[in-house]
Design a protein around this ligand. Sequence first.
Ligand SMILES: C[S@@+](CC[C@H](N)C(=O)[O-])C[C@H]1O[C@@H](n2cnc3c(N)ncnc32)[C@H](O)[C@@H]1O
Length: 285
Amino acid sequence: MTPQSFDTLATLLRNSSGLSIGPDKLYLLETRLTPLMRAHGLADLDALAGKVRLGAPTIERGVVEAMTTNESSFFRDERPFNYVRTQALPRLHAARPAGAKLRIWSAAASTGQEAYSLAMILSETRAALGGREVEIVGTDIAREPLARAREGIYSQFEVQRGLPVTMLVKYFKKDGSNWRIADSLRAMASFREWNLLGDLRPLGMFDMVFCRNVLIYFDSPTKAKVLAAIAKQMAPDALLFLGGAETVLGVSDKFAPLLGERGVYTHAATTAPLASRPFAGASMR
Ligand SMILES: C[S@@+](CC[C@H](N)C(=O)[O-])C[C@H]1O[C@@H](n2cnc3c(N)ncnc32)[C@H](O)[C@@H]1O
């Protein structure tokens, strides 16, 4: 692959999705883009880059989609979800007037495990939330994983990763060799195609934002831009959850880490300590 072709693809990816790739990731381009090249009858990456230079929206979208990493699992890293159940939900419930809806955003939703993990928590804690309406919005740039998220069907391997057996039995039904999530959980979450680099304002305001394991793929200026845009969609006392390898420190001054809770952030200006209230949410295990 010529350096010019590499530049064409790297620039497309950076501008369209924020994905930052260096020349050391050439093998990744080759592995991920080979099916797309074949599907369009193109001989190699130079031919693919040539099409992109000429402006071919379908191929450009295919390149972006193929280069996304859609790895996810239920209750990924466990701890943030325990925090939601035992701290965040009770606090936000107490802080909001009766009848106000809580809104949770899974901002890089991929195949939906994050959104449905939150739906399971909400279903388990329904009584403690006094029937308060909670909306889960899942967004992602990639269409294929979103279609899977909407369908709510997972393989045996996927349900074995992080999902407690009690939750599997309670919320999933066997569907051939796969597992289908309960309609009641599917009804709690909606999934929309959305680019984090785009205008986020139409999505509205949120009380919790899960933006996990996506910023790692962006360079620092892109991380800062996305975090600043997310901050504007968060209520003054809302919480931001990042992935285990992600931080705002040295990247954005819009957020401050929540003391003692790794990966959870508040608006930088928020100084109010977390009220610790007893909460009658059922244990997940
Ligand atoms: C590794 S998955 C993370 C899934 C889930 N949040 C988790 O932690 O398990 C990263 C997701 O980010 C999405 N993504 C990458 N760039 C994006 C962008 N610019 N806007 C929205 N989603 C993006 C990818 O399509 C992919 O599904």
